[in-house]
Design a protein around this ligand. Structure first.
Ligand SMILES: *Cc1c(COP(=O)(O)O)cnc(C)c1O
Length: 462
């Protein structure tokens, strides 16, 4: 493959092509998982909680660009990037350099005790790149769920109201409040109650299954909120602009701005959970931009720091300032090393033109999937934007009638791909969605190779 350049000779032009430390091609040299992974898995079973799963129990030793190398020497094309975390690529050289340099200077001083510049710089970058042309402020935390929790806290303090509304098929995290905000009880909340109260689940927009236009779908949501909750008691409506775990549903045009209009008119804070869809993943900094939606608050996490743990709530200054001093924060929130990595991620997006790379990836992937859809009637729907693409898999022959979910085929495809050096993730309320979240470093050659594996996997379904 032409982008495997670690044997590149002397005198090659500097920085003309990305320098990969791992060959960007798949290679399977043992059974999957191999003997060393199996040995590690045995050790793990003795000491790691059974409540923590692993979709593909190959133990990873190195990762670079869009490729993972396991302890047995197998190389996998990574179409998960964690779950949309290493958006700029695994061990991206500028992220590594920025984090390493920060490790030498300051590893930790609690920002709420003695602050540091990197936190302020990340807040400046978020204010600049989140949607909406108004004064914005941020709070930095450690995880997506913590960002959701803080967004709700801020909205409640600002409005003096209690109610939290979310949409069907939503996923917002694994803490107590966010478990109550998820659509699916199993596995996220199953047996972990009691759950937080004042959380309401409203219908959303799922064009493949509800067939509604955006304004129609929004009117249905609004009717639900007015009748079941009442705007007067609603602090916030939290929405993923493209739903992640739920199955990459792209809402119909007009859905999000109509909801924002209703929220604004009724004093409800509308929060974009951009934890999976944000940070260049869809070819814009934030997916909300595709829909003409300017949310009151925006949540960032996953892709923000190249793989280091960091998350943020960013939004209208007057809402973000609602909390009394000392009301927000936490020991590790906005860690200096994670902040240095995030600054390098923002720089990489600009310098390497990564928004355009996401568009390229979306184009190549979607065209390839369209060709597969013509040949395999289990592919019911292809959807997504940029490097956030999915197929919804249905029972053969039902694509135009019942659209019956086919989780079994998705499991078989994920297993087939793993055996052939391609890491794929499932998604969807019914487990019948295959999602593609490659890093923006993935080449067209790797995408074509991955599509060939998928083609073979579909053929093997019989
Ligand atoms: C992953 C995710 C979360 C939770 O983030 P964690 O960092 O796992 O707590 C919340 N919302 C969305 C949309 C996500 O994809």
């Amino acid at each position: 493959m032409t982008d495997t350049i670690d044997e590149q000779g002397a005198g090659a032009p500097a920085a003309a092509v990305p320098q990969y430390t791992v060959p960007q091609e798949r290679l399977i040299v043992t059974a999957v998982p191999g003997p060393k992974s199996q040995e590690l898995h045995e050790r793990r079973r003795a000491v790691v909680s059974a409540g923590v799963g692993s979709a593909l129990p190959v133990y990873i030793e190195r990762a670079n660009g869009a490729v993972l190398v396991d302890v047995d020497g197998n190389r996998f094309i990574d179409f998960g990037a964690g779950i949309g975390v290493t958006t700029v690529g695994h061990t991206e050289s500028n992220v590594v350099a920025a984090a390493a340099s920060q490790l030498q200077d300051v590893i930790h001083t609690l920002f709420t005790v003695t602050p540091y510049e990197e936190y302020v710089r990340v807040a400046e970058l978020l204010a600049e790149h989140t949607p909406g042309d108004w004064a914005k402020k941020s709070v930095l935390v450690n995880s997506g769920a913590e960002a959701v929790e803080n967004g709700v806290k801020i909205a409640r303090k600002h409005t003096g109201r209690r109610g939290v509304a979310v949409l069907d098929h939503a996923y917002h995290g694994r803490t107590n409040l966010t478990m109550a905000m998820n659509y699916k009880a199993n596995p996220y909340g199953w047996g972990f109650g009691p759950f937080a109260g004042d959380v309401y689940h409203a219908p959303g927009s799922y064009p493949y299954r509800d067939g509604l236009g955006g304004v129609e779908a929004a009117e249905r949501t609004i009717d639900y909120l007015e009748k079941i909750v009442g705007a007067d008691d609603l602090a916030c409506l939290v929405v993923e602009p493209i739903q992640g775990e739920g199955g990459f549903m792209v809402p119909a045009d007009g859905f999000l701005p109509t909801l924002q209009g209703w929220c604004t008119a009724n004093g409800v804070v509308m929060i974009a959970d951009e934890i999976q869809s944000g940070m260049a993943r869809t070819g814009r900094y934030y997916a909300s931009e595709h829909f003409g939606w300017e949310p009151d608050l925006v949540l960032s996490a996953k892709g923000i720091a190249g793989g280091l743990p960091l998350a943020a709530v960013t939004g209208r200054a007057e809402i973000m300032d609602a909390s009394h001093p000392g009301g927000l924060g936490g020991t590790f929130g906005g860690n200096p090393v994670a902040c240095a990595a995030a600054i390098a991620v923002f720089e990489a997006i600009e310098r390497d033109g990564l928004l355009a790379e996401a568009d390229r990836i979306g184009g190549t992937l979607t065209a390839g999937l369209e060709r597969l859809k013509e040949r395999y009637d289990v592919i019911g729907d292809i959807r997504g934007i940029g490097a956030m693409i999915a197929i919804e898999v249905v029972e053969p022959g039902t694509a135009t009638t019942t659209k019956r979910p086919n989780a079994q085929a998705v499991s078989a495809l994920v297993a087939y791909a793993a055996q052939h050096g391609l890491l794929l993730l499932n998604a969807g309320t019914w487990g019948n969605v295959l999602r593609f979240l490659p890093s923006l470093a993935v080449t067209d050659a790797l995408i074509d190779d991955a599509l060939q594996v998928l083609d073979d996997g579909l053929a093997a379904l019989g």
